[in-house]
Design a protein around this ligand. Structure first.
Ligand SMILES: NC(=O)c1ccc[n+]([C@@H]2O[C@H](COP(=O)([O-])OP(=O)(O)OC[C@H]3O[C@@H](n4cnc5c(N)ncnc54)[C@H](OP(=O)(O)O)[C@@H]3O)[C@@H](O)[C@H]2O)c1
Length: 162
């Protein structure tokens, strides 16, 4: 199973300004990158709060939403109350060998040991009182850097060291 983590932050690692942040501070170039990459990967895994912040299942992708609540599954939307290992087993049983972990903080933390790729977009802004993310990035090596627009939005791609 290949699991990628996809995240966007401000220049100080701030990644959300409220419990249900719609990430309106993110650039359109990052949104295009997110749409393209997650569509290529095909399956996204997220927490219930992130799902509610987005407000709908991402189209053309299988959406796995973690929650302890009872919601009704639909065509491309599956609610699971499982640990990361159980989620991975569920996907493998369904012949899915690649997925993108798209947040929020609690889901990033649980899945971090199983992540082999990280895509971080850094927006050249500072968010007031933002929730921050920190991870042992030294377990990863930088593969590529891309400047996404003239404002200076940067996309960093990391791979886990063997
Ligand atoms: N900047 C970024 O790239 C980025 C990306 C994603 C999200 N965000 C932001 O992050 C914020 C949300 O993050 P968050 O950490 O507060 O919430 P979250 O991770 O999106 O959702 C937390 C909820 O997910 C459910 N959950 C998590 N792990 C579970 C498991 N193993 N089994 C069952 N349920 C599980 C629980 O839902 P129940 O309470 O229903 O049981 C929990 O309350 C939002 O503001 C969002 O916009 C930012």
């Amino acid at each position: 199973m290949h699991l990628s983590m996809i995240v966007v932050t401000d220049i100080f690692g701030g990644f959300a300004i409220s419990e249900y942040d719609k990430i309106e501070w993110g650039s359109k170039e990052d949104k295009a990158h997110f749409r393209e990459l997650t569509s290529k990967i095909g399956t996204v895994i997220m927490g219930r709060k992130t799902y509610e912040s987005i407000g709908f299942p991402l189209k053309d992708r299988l959406n796995i939403v973690l929650t302890s609540k009872n919601y009704k599954n639909s065509e491309n939307l599956i609610f699971l109350n499982e640990s990361p290992i159980q989620v991975i087993r569920f996907l493998e049983k369904n012949k899915i060998n690649e997925a993108a972990v798209i947040g929020g903080k609690s889901v990033f933390k649980q899945f971090f040991p199983y992540i082999d790729k990280i895509y971080i977009t850094i927006e050249p802004i500072t968010l007031e009182n933002a929730e921050k993310l920190s991870f042992p990035y030294q377990q990863f090596k930088l593969i590529s850097t891309n400047i996404l627009n003239e404002k200076g939005t940067i996309l960093l791609e990391y791979s886990k060291l063997q």
